[in-house]
Design a protein. Structure first.
Length: 337
């Protein structure tokens, strides 16, 4: 139990907080990843997190491990009137202007009274308005409880993430705060109705358009946008042309540090090339030429791995690439034409 004396929490040892950027993979050998920031309050606690309050309340940094959910550190905030808060700036690495990144924040909270009302907030630091807000009433069950925001699309890379415990005006309410996670994902999902319109989009956008999630209505070709279009159908020639468009070669197990989408190139020697796209659920989909986008291979099976799927005449597996896609269908950012 926390001890409050003269309106202040008995201070314990101060220490530091850990913030690391990691990735979440899906699938054993064909890893895809969302960008993830994990902060377990273990490195630079006082310089990373800021306490604040309006009204009667406050907060302290705790490092004894007695109250943390993981490791040693957490933050305790309490309020009688107004609110008390703890927050930090988060840089959403996958974001750039015009890119839609589906983002969600998670935090663990432990209340010390019944019916503790808390705001979990994502704030625009310039206008100090909400980008996302989740208000919850926590039941005191003696344990940490996960609270998450709804999915939001940030319009800037820097946001302020904050937990505020709301005073009820009569008694003190309080929570421990620990283990922040922020996840950003710009990988598209499989939405065939967008591509399979039986008209302009379907007939004028091919596998290269689809894999890059970029509608050009030009039946895009690797290298054409940069003046380096392939001159023969080979792994080396098509790969080089795609690289000139800004695609980045990678591996099956690699994850992108800034949330780019993984795509795969295959070759029918001397005849044609084809591209597959890994979607937000970790599965692979494709759009053969002007035909319909699909999530199955030539045998009608869903595609877990483009290396082992039935690809028909595309017998050569050329490799994997990263492309700057977007969570919104058809709105990728690769330089293709």
């Amino acid at each position: 139990m926390k001890i409050i004396q003269n309106g202040l929490n008995r201070l314990r040892v101060l220490a530091s907080l850990g913030a690391t950027v990691a990735t979440l993979g899906f699938g054993a050998t064909q890893a895809r990843a969302a960008w993830v920031l994990q902060d377990n309050f273990e490195t630079n606690l006082t310089s990373t997190w800021q306490l604040g309050h309006a009204g009667v309340g406050g907060g302290v940094y705790e490092t004894s491990g007695d109250y943390s959910r993981s490791l040693n550190n957490d933050v305790y905030i309490y309020s009688t009137t107004g609110f008390s808060s703890v927050g930090r700036t988060v840089i959403i690495a996958p974001y750039f202007a015009g890119r839609n990144v589906n983002t969600r924040a998670y935090i663990y909270l432990r209340p010390y009274q019944a019916n503790v009302k808390v705001n979990f907030e994502v704030i625009d630091p310039t206008t100090w308005t909400y980008i996302a807000l989740k208000t919850v009433t926590l039941v005191n069950n003696g344990s940490y409880q996960l609270v998450m925001t709804d999915v939001f699309v940030p319009h800037r890379s820097d946001v302020y993430v904050r937990v505020s415990v709301l005073g009820n005006g009569t008694t003190t309410t309080s929570v421990d705060v620990d283990d922040l996670t922020v996840v950003g994902d710009a990988t598209p999902s499989f939405q065939p109705t967008y591509w399979n319109d039986g008209s302009t989009i379907q007939y004028n956008n091919n596998c290269y358009n689809y894999s890059n999630n970029r509608r050009t209505d030009t039946f895009a070709q690797p290298g054409r946008a940069t003046g380096h279009q392939y001159t023969q159908i080979s792994i080396a020639a098509v790969s080089s042309a795609a690289i000139s468009d800004g695609l980045v070669p990678t591996t099956a197990s690699a994850v992108s540090p800034n949330g780019q989408t993984k795509i795969a190139l295959v070759i029918a020697p001397g005849y044609d090339y084809h591209w597959y796209r890994q979607d937000s659920n970790g599965m692979w989909t494709h759009k053969p030429g002007s035909t319909a986008a699909t999530n199955v291979d030539n045998s009608g099976n869903v595609i877990y791995n483009p290396e082992t799927a039935n690809r028909g005449v595309y017998t050569q597996f050329a490799g994997y690439f990263f492309t700057p896609s977007d969570a919104v269908q058809g709105q990728g950012h690769a330089n293709i034409n």
